[in-house]
Design a protein around this ligand. Sequence first.
Ligand SMILES: Nc1nc2c(ncn2[C@@H]2O[C@H](COP(=O)(O)OP(=O)(O)OP(=O)(O)O)[C@@H](O)[C@H]2O)c(=O)[nH]1
Length: 625
Amino acid sequence: MPPTLDSGANAPGATDPGRIRNFCIIAHIDHGKSTLADRMLQLTGVVDPRQMRAQYLDRMDIERERGITIKSQAVRMPWTIREGDQAGEHAVLNMIDTPGHVDFTYEVSRSLAACEGAVLLVDAAQGIEAQTLANLYLALENDLHVIPVLNKIDLPAAQPEKYAEELAHLIGCQPEDCIRVSGKTGDGVPYLLDEIVRQFKPPVGVADAPARAMIFDSVYDVYRGVVTYVRVIDGRISARDRIKMMSTGAVHELLEIGVISPEMQKADALGVGEVGYLITGVKDVRQSRVGDTVTINSRPATEALGGYKDPKPMVYSGLYPIDGSDYPNLRDALDKLKLNDAALTYEPETSGALGFGFRCGFLGLLHLEIIRERLEREFNLDLISTAPNVVYRAIQEDGVEVVVTNPSEYPTGKIAEVYEPTVRATVLTPNDYVGAVMELCQGRRGNLLGMDYLSADRVELRYTLPLAEIIFDFFDQLKSRTKGYASLDYEPSGEQASELVKVDILLHGEPVDAFSAIVHKDKAYNYGVTIAAKLRNLIPRQQFEVPIQAAIGSRVIARETIRAIRKDVLAKCYGGDISRKRKLLEKQKEGKKRMKMVGRVEVPQEAFIAALSSDSGDGKAAGKK
Ligand SMILES: Nc1nc2c(ncn2[C@@H]2O[C@H](COP(=O)(O)OP(=O)(O)OP(=O)(O)O)[C@@H](O)[C@H]2O)c(=O)[nH]1
């Protein structure tokens, strides 16, 4: 019978910090984090085996379907050490689930900051991948103790010996220190839980200091408003307190406080080192931001905890309803999603080709894809998104700085310098594909920072790359050139000055805003030719000739022509005199000239949609890593 949470020394608010262990599981995608978390919930008795369903913690439908974790959760689990000298000792484990994707690095870093230890999970059939490394570095930056764990040892293809060597080499321990488990069968998991209590340090904090708690997640719940997840660092927050957000100074009434185990359980208070949730009735996650410090209004702390950052959109894209009358619905839907997503930004925009829509800012391509999918699925909207672009900073010769989130805002005057965001990318690949990876990165304007052999056949390559170069099909290319063996992770690393130009696409002399793009000058020609060729195939022939041009400023760099439909005026003219045929053709030409002058190209909207959607990479690049 597992010890219950809500009684005596184990009750939230009364737990001795010495018994608490706050930890997270970090892993490359698909290495089995959710499965291991499920098994822990089951073994610690917080989930009844009858209610157990796969990936208990991934609540959102999209998460479950795609098998990825987007929002973090924190679960409180009681555990009694089973073996060794400390057998019988009770502990309270708080498992903080971290989002696994690069787009959410900031959220990951805040979740890590709420822990003392990290379980580094590696698939024993695959070994270390790029995200394993990126997460490990983040954990070490946050001073976390790391327990290396090899998962999926039940698989016939598992090679725990080989990968234990690799892992040990990476973190500087002995291969036998790597714990072997199977999240699927549960093998080794009780031992891992024992080791978590033994190896991770309990939290330290000042119990009688003014309260300070760090927000590591906040989610919007339709019925309850915003639910804020916190880790108490110092002091104590009790159910009767009024709380204050230190970044904004806003004061809120506390409606409820508690812990998740694995459903919400009300509590009287949260003390030093404890992890739980707060409900204040606010309706917008922006008022309860990840990374912010919560204190108590009656006795506020003077200094906030470090590490708070405003979420900053990295990628922008225009979202347009396919049916123009859906525009108000799209606006309402975005308003609703914003409540749950502090990083989503949007403002109205109009496009000559696509009508009314919104320019939206996202943390990355996966974020874009998730929002788009939620809009389509939960709000029943049919949408078209323009090709995503990054944020550029253009300095004009007169010193004025313009921040460009949409190619159509690109200044037309003389520009002294343009800056684009860069990322620091880590690629892990088997030795055989080093050449292919280097070729790809060089082709994408990459700058090699370093290269390390993690083992005889596994190489880590570090590059600085422009963000714009990897948001399209970089990941697909990497996978196809390395037969799927390479993995990629990246984090923002500032910006660099680049030779960028804006390429416009003109249809019959008129620029079409939806196709304008900012590209490196060496790639402008290629972009122009590709889009022009694509449009030529998509736009039906008209009564008159339609030129499609790609231009940088007034200089045309590519041209395609949609030939006019020629009515067969000679059809009725069997044999006969050549001069008569010529006369008919001349007459036709005259007529066409007139049409060309008065004519306007009729482009079906489907053509735009087809041209844009195939260009947006279908978000494949943002998929699983
Ligand atoms: N054979 C075997 N399969 C496992 C084990 N653990 C996980 N899997 C399988 O591996 C796949 C990925 O597992 P998840 O738990 O969803 O992986 P994850 O790391 O949480 O993935 P993300 O949430 O996308 O980061 C699933 O198909 C699991 O069934 C294991 O110990 N043995």
